[in-house]
Design a protein around this ligand. Structure first.
Ligand code: PGA
Length: 247
């Protein structure tokens, strides 16, 4: 039985003061023993939010990191820096980073390895863009992304990765994939893990759906066989997030 994981991706929202307000609005309702709950917040809010969440089961995640340990990489943050702060998760390869910041399957793979080496749980994002879906190649695209992200990673390590299927056309658009569409590709993700590592790994790896998940569609999406959780953008900035955790 895979434990559900609901992660809020705050993206570039909330100043430290606003972060405290939001955490205090949602932390009691989002605190759970049954579900892993993660707040993925901007770097500058990590320390504040970790502090505000003391005494709860909610974990904190970053939204990116560099694959090098240290060095002349102005503006970047390393895995060990995150680890030492008490960060537990890191979102890697989000479609916005792929589209606007030159993230590639290769850098996602490097970052995934380094995150695992540092004991961080990577939430690796994959998903097709609209023209790929329209051309009927969504499955192939996602399969290749999963294979490239996991290249060279041992089966022991692979068990600790969370894979987030986020169709790019559904992110921030209010246009959710139907639960059947989401299930279909989340199954492709799991089958790809099975092809790479066998069933014992594919049955424990958690697969999230992301893309306009909200209080009204969460229950149905989360009832699908291969959907173990959600990566939530817009709705993670409101009390509505708690309804998703409860769903
Ligand atoms: P959204 O974002 O819920 O606002 O569509 C999801 C994401 O980008 O992770």
């Amino acid at each position: 039985m895979r434990k559900r994981i609901i992660a809020g991706n705050w993206k570039m929202n909330k100043t430290p003061k606003q972060a405290i307000e939001l955490v205090n609005l949602i932390k009691d309702g989002a605190n759970s023993n049954d579900v892993d709950v993660v707040f993925c917040v901007p770097y500058v809010n990590l320390a504040t939010v970790i502090n505000e969440l003391k005494g709860t089961n909610i974990c904190v995640g970053a939204q990116n990191m560099h694959f090098e340990e240290s060095g002349a990489f102005t503006g970047e943050i390393s895995a060990s820096m995150l680890k030492e702060m008490g960060v537990k998760y890191v979102v890697l390869g989000h479609s916005e980073r792929r589209a606007y910041f030159g993230e590639t399957d290769e850098t996602v793979n490097l970052k995934t390895k380094v995150a695992l080496q540092n004991g961080l749980t990577p939430i690796v994002c994959i998903g097709e863009v609209l023209p790929e879906r329209e051309d009927g190649i969504a499955e192939e695209v996602v399969k290749i992304q999963v294979k490239k992200a996991l290249k060279g990673i041992s089966s022991e390590d692979a068990k600790n990765i969370v894979l987030a299927y986020e169709p790019v056309w559904a992110i921030g658009t209010g246009k959710t994939a139907t639960s059947e569409q989401a299930q279909e590709i989340c199954k492709v993700v799991r089958d790809t893990v099975k092809e790479l590592y066998g069933e014992s790994v594919s049955e424990v790896v958690r697969v999230q759906y992301g893309g306009s998940m909200n209080a009204s569609n969460a229950k149905e999406l989360l009832s699908m066989k291969d959907i173990d959780g959600g990566l939530i953008g817009g709705a993670s900035l409101k009390a509505e997030f708690n309804d998703i955790v409860n769903a």
